[in-house]
Design a protein around this ligand. Structure first.
Ligand code: FES
Length: 323
């Protein structure tokens, strides 16, 4: 069961052109909100009954409120346009508890890279690294200076931050950023898919195809297409075992496992259904998978012990899941 709560909109602040931050407080309760760590997000329910995911970008120590920042997307499906144009201070929003799919791992160095509104989780990582005295760099790129949110707040972090407005400064030198990372260091990226791909390419060029130094969260669906590689089981069926609920089924390899499990009445968190949000992650107990998500790292995918069931498919004759 997804834990939900209603929060009250206490404050809405223009952070930059097209970006509004929303502070959400508790209603009639002194109980602290659930704790969260940098990189966490909440799902926000919008009037069409679907959810949108927003990174928490306030202070993790302040559990009287959550803060999110919302970019007005021209192609909005009703999420960002509702939050920008209809939501008002004093109204209520239904949200989930914080979820942690994008986590700060221990490493001797963190190179943080944000594109546009991707700054929200990246900024909380930077503040955490600053607070705990760990070395890092932060490169924040945006279209124009006016479109870039939280510049004043980032200014407090000092000279570890490089802010690049593309119309003036050009794009970040990702090769240089990646090559400056000492051994064992990690690169954290949040932004649109082309930025992620460019960072991965830079990391592979510098350290080879087996590098496992890039951690990422996609902030935009733009350009996201699930690669539909032909299944090795095409035209055949495979056995899907749902261990917890006791179901054994024969399915075509391209059948959507998320839809199948939901139809059986199994509750599974899901949102994007595109392999980018991480909500539907499911433990794999046996079998192998053609991973089509953009959430797991290459190493995590190779381990074959978890999968995004909204998009990934089996490559073995039998797949057993912890559902
Ligand atoms: S529902 Fe988002 S990754 Fe599966």
């Amino acid at each position: 069961m997804v834990e939900q709560r209603e929060l009250r909109v206490q404050q809405m602040t223009w952070e930059s052109e097209g970006v509004v931050s929303i502070r959400l407080t508790r209603i009639e309760s002194d109980k602290p909100l659930p704790e969260w760590r940098p990189g966490a997000h909440i799902d926000v329910y919008v009037p069409d009954g679907t959810t949108r995911q927003y990174s928490l970008c306030g202070d993790p120590a302040d559990l009287s409120a959550y803060q999110i920042a919302v970019l007005r997307e021209p192609e909005s499906r009703g999420g960002s346009s509702f939050l920008h144009e209809q939501l008002r201070v004093g109204e209520r929003l239904l949200v989930t508890r914080p979820k942690h799919h994008f986590n700060l791992e221990d490493a001797p160095f963190h190179a943080l890279v944000a594109g546009g509104i991707g700054i929200t989780p990246i900024m909380t990582f930077a503040e955490e690294l600053e607070r705990t005295g760990r070395p890092y760099s932060l490169t924040y790129g945006g279209r124009t200076a006016d479109s870039m949110a939280f510049l004043e707040r980032l200014d407090r972090l000092g000279d570890k931050i490089a802010v690049l407005a593309e119309d003036v400064d050009g794009r970040p030198d990702l090769d240089a950023i990646v090559r400056a990372v000492p051994q064992g260091g990690l690169v954290y990226v949040c932004g649109p898919l082309p930025l992620l791909r460019a960072v991965e390419a830079a990391a592979e060029a510098a350290y080879g195809p087996d590098q496992d130094m890039v951690r990422f969260e996609l902030f935009s669906r733009a350009g996201v297409e699930i690669e539909e590689a032909p299944s090795p089981l095409e035209g055949d069926t495979y056995e899907l075992v749902l261990a917890q609920s006791g179901h054994t089924l024969r399915l075509k390899p391209d059948a959507n496992i998320l839809d199948t499990a939901l139809a059986l009445g199994i509750e599974i968190e899901n949102d994007c259904r595109d392999g980018i949000c991480g909500s539907c992650v499911t433990r794999v107990l046996a079998g192998t998978v053609d991973h089509r998500d953009l959430v797991l790292t290459k190493k995590e995918q190779a381990a074959m012990d978890q999968m995004m069931i909204c998009c990934s498919r089996p490559t073995s004759e039998r797949l057993e899941l912890d559902l």
